[in-house]
Ligand binder design. Structure first.
Ligand code: SAM
Length: 321
């Protein structure tokens, strides 16, 4: 039913994202002791790409840490949709954040590679081992005490439900949901079903979505044609029209509230000393290009707050909130 070449191209975006992260990490933008275990070094990326990845990874990590602080990490679960080779589980754990449960979902071909990388790497494997549980591997899935990696197509909601049940999801636990550069590849009707399902099941939840925005202007159209030239269909791009369309996606699917920031706003809200450090790592020839990129990516969040009052609508990128 779906164009195989298109799905293949979408899966390949994970290699690209992982290479970009590895490049920025190795240049000193931020610390990640685990990314090199998942992906080989690629070409050096342009400074504006490295800075863009820094802004996104730092901002997403800040929101996650604030959520865990409010809700109490050991009570919380994290669901990472289209997780690719994300190292969040290992980074959180090495920073002392041990969550109740952590579930990663991606296409089976991607999770198979991630399973393989974890299985043959002692450092990665050690972190998911616990005294009271064995680690179960299948070619595409991995189940450990509080870490689960499952292969599934997000467009198949009943399969997603089954995989979440296999991963011991607790529908009553405060839940942080994450999708970084994922929803844009999925047809809107499937995202609607997924978001409606999640909002109907979770009383306390915070969904962080990072992806394109302002796609209707000239720069946005060029970005889209570049992605399409690589075979990606961008089936979900309608929600990336503007900030309002990003928020509507949550508000129309049963979430209590939603907010969106362009990456320009996010960058300006990050602590000044961090931005000063980053600006010294590489000279930026193309400041105009970076500003354009920041204007065409956003973080949008949606929250559900039917349980304990955590004031999730107040989470911000600065050091105060
Ligand atoms: C650009 S990568 C981002 C990976 C990771 N979130 C990150 O930020 O590094 C997009 C990921 O979404 C996954 N993805 C896209 N559509 C999907 C679908 N229908 N089902 C499962 N995974 C999907 C791809 O396989 C890929 O790993």
């Amino acid at each position: 039913m779906y164009c195989l070449a298109g799905d293949e191209a979408v899966r390949a975006t994970n290699d690209d994202a992982s290479e970009c992260k590895r490049c920025a990490v190795n240049l000193g933008y931020w610390q990640d002791k685990f990314i090199n275990f998942f992906i080989k070094a690629g070409e050096r990326k342009a400074p504006e790409i490295n800075r863009g990845y820094y802004a996104r990874c730092t901002a997403v990590s800040l929101l996650i840490e604030k959520f865990l602080l409010k809700a109490g990490a050991e009570q919380c679960q994290i669901l990472n949709f289209g997780a690719g080779f994300d190292t969040l589980y290992w980074r959180l754990k090495s920073n002392g954040h041990i969550v109740k449960n952590f579930i990663e979902l991606d296409f089976p071909t991607v999770t198979a590679k991630k399973c393989y990388a974890i299985k043959r790497n002692k450092t990665l494997l050690e972190q998911i081992h616990s005294e009271d549980g064995e680690v179960k591997f299948s070619p595409t899935d991995l189940h450990a005490a509080n870490y689960h990696l499952v292969g599934v197509d997000l467009r198949q909601l009943s399969e997603v439900q089954k995989k979440l049940a296999d991963s011991e999801i607790d529908w009553n636990a405060p839940t942080l949901l994450l999708a970084e550069c994922v929803l844009v590849y999925v047809e809107p009707e499937h995202i609607r079903s997924l978001l409606s399902f999640l909002s109907s099941k979770l009383p306390t939840a915070y969904f962080i979505n990072y992806e394109q925005v302002n796609m209707e202007d000239r720069f946005g159209q060029i970005m889209l044609s570049n992605l399409r030239a690589r075979g990606c269909s961008l089936a979900g791009v309608d929600a990336c029209r503007d900030l309002a369309s990003q928020q509507r996606r949550f508000l129309d699917t049963g979430w209590d509230g939603s907010k969106t920031w362009t990456m320009e706003e996010v960058w300006n809200a990050l602590p000044r000393e961090d931005r000063n450090r980053i600006e010294k790592i590489e000279f930026l020839d193309e400041n105009e290009l970076l500003q354009q990129l920041f204007h065409h990516y956003c973080i949008s969040v949606g929250w559900k707050e039917q349980g304990p009052r955590l004031s999730l609508s107040e989470l911000q990128f600065d050091s105060q909130t």
